[in-house]
Unconditional design. Structure first.
Length: 76
């Protein structure tokens, strides 16, 4: 059963469509950036990243770099 992300004040989100096999890879990358973002997914290839608002630019820069390694689409 999918678990919805717990979001609140001080958090920003990014929603992505990514291949299932790349979700594990992305989770591993995020683990290397301690505290940058939590990944929530429901097994459909659509994931939500929740990050502290003060690390928003760091998350966006990382996503821009990762587009060179994996194909994903940022959703509105």
């Amino acid at each position: 059963m999918p678990v919805a992300p717990v979001l609140g004040e001080g958090l920003v989100t990014r929603t992505l469509r990514i291949a299932d096999e790349d979700v594990v890879w992305l989770r591993g990358v995020l683990d290397g950036y301690e505290g940058l973002a939590m990944l929530f997914g429901d097994g459909t290839g659509k994931i939500t990243l929740a990050a502290p608002a003060d690390r928003e630019s760091e998350l966006d820069a990382l996503l821009a770099d990762l587009r060179l390694e994996a194909e994903f689409t940022q959703l509105p």
